[in-house]
Design a protein around this ligand. Structure first.
Ligand code: SF4
Length: 114
């Protein structure tokens, strides 16, 4: 449903393709977790996840990025419901693929609560 940029390192967090307005938030707040991809003229074209968060500090900074980046192009594709719950608390349930995928478009009821 959501297509990641090819440069994203394998793992649960990723930057969605064709989402970029160069907000600079991820690379500013978490330069160890995100890097820029550059166009042929050397200008940043979008960011991507260069390292998945492992430590508690890295995970907190990933949450900071997700909370501060208005376009919501940093997404969570994993199924750790501890992380889904935390993202829900932060008002970011919509970036969790497991929540979006469980919502049947033919069903007019709201997405399930987590
Ligand atoms: S979070 Fe989105 S808008 Fe911001 S730099 Fe990355 S790809 Fe661009």
């Amino acid at each position: 449903m959501f297509e990641p940029y090819a440069e994203n390192v394998h793992g649960d967090f990723y930057v969605e393709k064709d989402c970029c307005l160069c907000c600079h938030v991820p690379v500013t707040l978490a330069p160890d977790l995100f890097r820029y991809s550059y166009d042929s003229e050397g200008c940043p074209s979008h960011c991507f996840v260069s390292q998945q968060p492992v430590s508690k500090d890295e995970l907190e900074r990933m949450f900071d990025v997700i909370t501060c980046a208005d376009l919501r192009c940093v997404r969570y594709g994993g199924s750790d419901f501890g992380i889904v719950d935390r993202l829900t608390e932060l008002g970011q349930k919509a970036i969790c693929d497991v929540v979006i995928n469980s919502f049947n478009e033919n069903d007019e009821s709201p997405p399930p609560k987590t």
